[in-house]
Write a protein that binds this ligand. Structure first.
Ligand SMILES: Cc1cc2nc3c(=O)[nH]c(=O)nc-3n(C[C@H](O)[C@H](O)[C@H](O)COP(=O)(O)OP(=O)(O)OC[C@H]3O[C@@H](n4cnc5c(N)ncnc54)[C@H](O)[C@@H]3O)c2cc1C
Length: 561
């Protein structure tokens, strides 16, 4: 308990005092807490949800850190010129902030090494996974730029074990490396079932849930940093132009916390806000694949501090779907269309019955699905995925296992393509012609229209590696046929705080707000540009979580020693 007579904050009495408050328990927030604590600072972590991990825990846990200490240790050759060239390619001529980009890559490496040496995070290389544009440009790498964690047993988390969000979206009981070795996400029924059952029985965590487990162990158990759940930051209090404290509610009870040196926000994007997604995404509908506690609080908190919130284009609205009956946190669960579009015997058409993108690279579907023409409106929306019976016999669709009938209300089912088109209310001649042309490509193994299956990344990530001649192409020919309406279901990060290379949040004049730092999806992707590279989200979150804590320790805290 600490009394601080301050009229400026309107706060004369604080319930708690600390050096740093970290908001949000994504990978960046937890990293910040570890580094700040190790620098001798007192830290309190506040998480809005009843569980820890946010989008990080939902994810595949692939962390894209080129030339990491693990890659170097394992003798994987890479060089900074290639990395720079690859990053330029990803920016697709957008005006990226190169100072922030440089810091991201450098700090990502330092942070990964730090977490390994000081916080017990057991990293491995995701063997078998290439950069998204491997084979497209020479500077992309076929292997070695992604890190993930080794499996960790839930019981290592003690009382925190049940507080980690388990991903409903990915098979979090195997590593990505194992998953690719076993044949990819689509071949789950052929994986070694003994291993899978043992892992599930022992509550072994991998991928994003595993990453969060390691970080949470380092925070809450090893360092005993207080982590409050159901404790959203509701307000940031300023005094003399700098952050002085925050207001929260811990399980519904209002509390004020004085923060001597600052606040690090890792509170996600605008995903579940009822309105913001439409401002940033400009799509006709929006659903999020992120946890429902991510509601755009970073924007409402900006009014307390004068923080700038800027638009910045990045892949964001993805094709997705909702399986009737699937819920989480009392809300409909939406799944991103990933392998479903890239597996053989599926294709995606627009409202005219035409293909419009490379389905094996779901970002292409998202970007082109959202195309808007001032006269014609959304030219490719609504869109539909078409499957034949071979698909359903062999592959999963979301959580629906191969060989299982689709639940009522998900799909239009028909014995002919003509009947299917009529059921979907699209032109049957066009749909039939589209399928015939696609089937020719599938038999040859080359998609001459959109290059589906031409990327090594897509072969591994969304294809069936056993399928010949191309892991991503198989004809649509076996009745019955199915058509499923897709929706935009994404990650809300088409804009966010404007930060500098020290992770400091800037105001609209471009000046840092003293004591306010941010990382993750609440920060605009000014360092990357609009092109997708998977693993970049976690990597930048961790990198700037690290940078923020380091900057506070070396600057703000030191100046008050
Ligand atoms: C299926 C799937 C797979 C993915 N795979 C990958 C991958 O392999 N690699 C990759 O880089 N990215 C991946 N992503 C994207 C990635 O998960 C996110 O972009 C990433 O986690 C960034 O999140 P973040 O750092 O912004 O914070 P998050 O991890 O989303 O955490 C934010 C936290 O803040 C909390 N919060 C919100 N408001 C408040 C408040 N007011 N006060 C306190 N707490 C608050 C939330 O409850 C949440 O726990 C994937 C996404 C999905 C859906």
């Amino acid at each position: 308990m600490n009394l601080m007579p301050s009229e400026a904050t309107g706060q004369s009495k604080w319930d708690l005092e600390t050096d740093i408050v970290v908001g949000g328990t994504g990978a960046g927030g937890l990293t910040s807490a570890i580094v700040a604590h190790d620098s001798g600072l007192r830290v309190i972590v506040l998480e809005k949800s009843s569980v820890v991990g946010g989008g990080a825990a939902v994810s595949d846990g692939e962390v894209w850190i080129p030339r990491s200490h693990v890659a170097e240790r394992e003798g994987i050759k890479d060089n900074d010129e290639n990395i720079e060239e690859y990053l330029d390619y990803l920016s697709s001529s957008y005006p990226v902030d190169k100072s922030v980009r440089k810091r991201w890559i450098e700090a990502g490496r330092i942070a990964a090494n730090y977490l390994d040496e000081k916080a017990g995070i057991k990293w491995i290389i995701v063997r078998g996974l290439s950069d998204v544009f491997a084979g497209v440009i020479p500077s992309a790498s076929y292997e070695g730029r992604y890190l993930e964690v080794k499996p960790i047993a839930g019981e290592e988390l003690g009382a925190w074990k049940d507080k980690i969000l388990r991903s409903p979206q990915v098979p979090y009981f195997v590593t990505n490396e194992e998953m690719f070795r076993f044949g990819g996400a689509s071949t789950l029924k052929d994986w070694p079932q003994d291993l899978i059952q043992t892992r599930i029985k022992n509550d072994v965590l991998c991928q994003g849930s595993g990453l969060v487990a390691y970080l949470l162990k380092a925070v809450a158990i090893d360092r005993k940093i207080p982590v409050y759940l159901e404790a959203p930051i509701k307000k940031i209090l300023m005094k003399d132009g700098r952050v002085a404290g925050i207001k929260t509610e811990v399980s519904g009870e209002a509390k004020s916390i004085r923060c001597r040196f600052g606040v690090v926000l890792n509170i996600g994007g605008y995903d579940w806000h009822p309105v913001y997604p439409y401002f940033f995404e400009q799509v006709p509908e929006w659903h999020s694949v992120m946890p429902p506690s991510i509601e755009g609080d970073f924007i409402t908190l900006a009014q307390d501090t004068g923080a700038s919130v800027i638009p910045y284009r990045i892949y964001s609205a993805m094709p997705g779907f909702h399986i009737p009956g699937e819920e989480w946190f009392g809300k409909d669960l939406y799944r991103q269309l990933t392998f479903e579009g890239g597996l053989p015997h599926s294709l995606v058409v627009n409202k005219s019955g035409r293909r419009f993108a490379d389905e094996s690279y779901f970002q292409d579907l998202g970007i082109k699905g959202a195309l808007h023409d001032k006269t014609l409106g959304y030219v490719n929306y609504p869109f539909y995925i078409i499957l034949d019976q071979q698909y359903l016999d062999n592959y999963p669709f979301g959580s629906i296992e191969p060989g299982t009938p689709l639940p009522e209300g998900l799909a239009v089912k028909a014995q002919s393509l003509k009947e299917l088109a009529e059921g979907l209310r699209i032109d049957s001649h066009t749909l039939i012609a589209t399928v015939e042309r696609f089937n020719e490509f599938a038999r040859k193994g080359v998609d001459e229209d959109f290059g589906r299956g031409s990327k090594a990344w897509a072969n591994q990530y969304t294809g069936d590696l056993r399928h010949k001649p191309n892991p991503n192409l198989g004809p649509i020919e076996k009745q019955p046929f199915y058509g499923i309406r897709l929706h935009f279901a994404g990650i809300g990060h088409n804009g966010g705080y404007w930060i500098d290379s020290d992770g400091r949040v800037l105001n609209m004049a471009g000046n840092p707000i003293l004591g306010l730092y941010a990382c993750g999806n609440c920060v605009a992707f000014t360092e990357l540009g609009p092109t997708y590279q998977d693993g970049a989200c976690l990597s930048r979150s961790i990198a700037f979580g690290y940078v923020a804590a380091e900057h506070i320790a070396k600057n703000l805290a030191k100046s008050q020693d």
